[in-house]
Design a protein around this ligand. Structure first.
Ligand code: C2E
Ligand code: MG
Ligand code: MG
Ligand code: MG
Length: 280
């Protein structure tokens, strides 16, 4: 009976695994098709100067327009990395965003662009040449573009990833550490690689005011960034109290649902219209 039970469980487990593997492969095929069919779309989330409330940049965030739903990146960036699709997808994202922001800048609107990178993309051959090519073709000045990398990028592949990112920086592109403060190695990374900005992880912003340690840590991160001459951007600002705390701590920039949600390009145009700040 024991043997039978064991085999039965194994069979169910195997069937379950099979279904998962198939769906993973199917998803990868669907994603490839989606890129060919131009089903990916970009939203842009405004980043504001906290002192003036003016929009200084937008962060491009990819979505998959699949059937009736808008699929968030958490559901497909991982599979796209596994299948290697992230390389052409990442190039599409970069090109699309650079062209859009370059078109805004033609009308004298001084706005920056942030684009997220995944490690697979950074390590793919010709990555730096691709970025240089997209900048040249879109006409976007390199210093207008910030590329955001998570700390894990540096943790998992320190040598090569750091070297590629340093090459990007030589092009004039700015670098930002995304979700800063989540990894223990945050500080060490700042020695290995010169970065222009740090984005404070939303988990800090969420507990501002409620948790004395978090508040102190946030203040310390802001000071650290300032002392190192970096731009500091707080992410995930949802409440007016969080905004006030960050302002009083001297945090330079902010992003979050309270400021503005990610929106399609026409939404950004309507919201900012070139000059005015967001009333905050
Ligand atoms: P991220 O780069 O840290 O982007 C910020 C995420 O926080 C976005 O989620 C944004 O919609 C969300 N967010 C912004 N403000 C708030 C807020 O006030 N509250 C809350 N709860 N969330 C807020 P999204 O668009 O789902 O993206 C998730 C992650 O997927 C991104 O995190 C980034 O790591 C990755 N991702 C997004 N677009 C791309 C892309 O084009 N390429 C790559 N490689 N990764 C991307
Ligand atoms: Mg980001
Ligand atoms: Mg990220
Ligand atoms: Mg982040």
């Amino acid at each position: 009976a024991k043997e039978h039970g064991g085999a039965g469980r194994l069979e169910i487990y195997a069937a379950h695994m099979h279904a998962r593997v198939v769906s993973r492969l199917e998803l990868q095929t669907e994603l490839r098709q989606a890129l060919a069919d131009r089903e990916f779309v970009l939203e842009y989330q405004p980043v504001v100067d906290l002192a003036s409330s003016r929009v200084t940049a937008v962060e491009a965030l990819v979505r998959w327009q699949h059937d009736e739903s808008l699929v968030p990146p958490a559901e497909f960036i991982g599979p796209a990395e596994e299948s290697g699709l992230i390389t052409p997808l990442g190039e599409w994202i970069l090109r699309e965003a650079c062209e859009k922001v370059a078109s805004w800048r033609v009308s004298e609107w001084d706005i920056g662009l942030s684009v997220n990178l995944s490690v697979k993309q950074i390590l793919s051959p010709r990555f730096v040449e691709t970025v240089a090519g997209v900048l040249a073709e879109s006409g976007l000045p390199a210093e207008v573009l910030t590329m955001e990398v998570d700390e894990e990028v540096l943790l998992e592949n320190p040598g090569e990833a750091v070297e590629r990112l340093a090459q990007l920086r030589e092009l004039g592109v700015r670098l930002a550490i995304d979700d800063f403060g989540m990894g223990y190695a945050s500080l060490a990374h700042l020695r290995e690689l010169r970065v222009d900005a740090i984005k404070i992880d939303p988990s800090f912003v969420r507990d501002l005011g409620n948790d004395g340690t978090v508040t102190l840590l946030t203040h310390t991160i802001i000071r650290l960034g300032q002392d190192l001459g970096m731009q500091v951007i707080a992410e995930g600002i949802e409440a007016p109290e969080q905004l006030e705390q960050l302002r009083s701590m001297g945090c330079g920039h902010g992003q979050g649902f309270l400021v503005a949600r990610p929106m399609v390009a026409s939404g950004v145009e309507a919201l900012v219209g070139g000059e005015a700040g967001i009333p905050l």
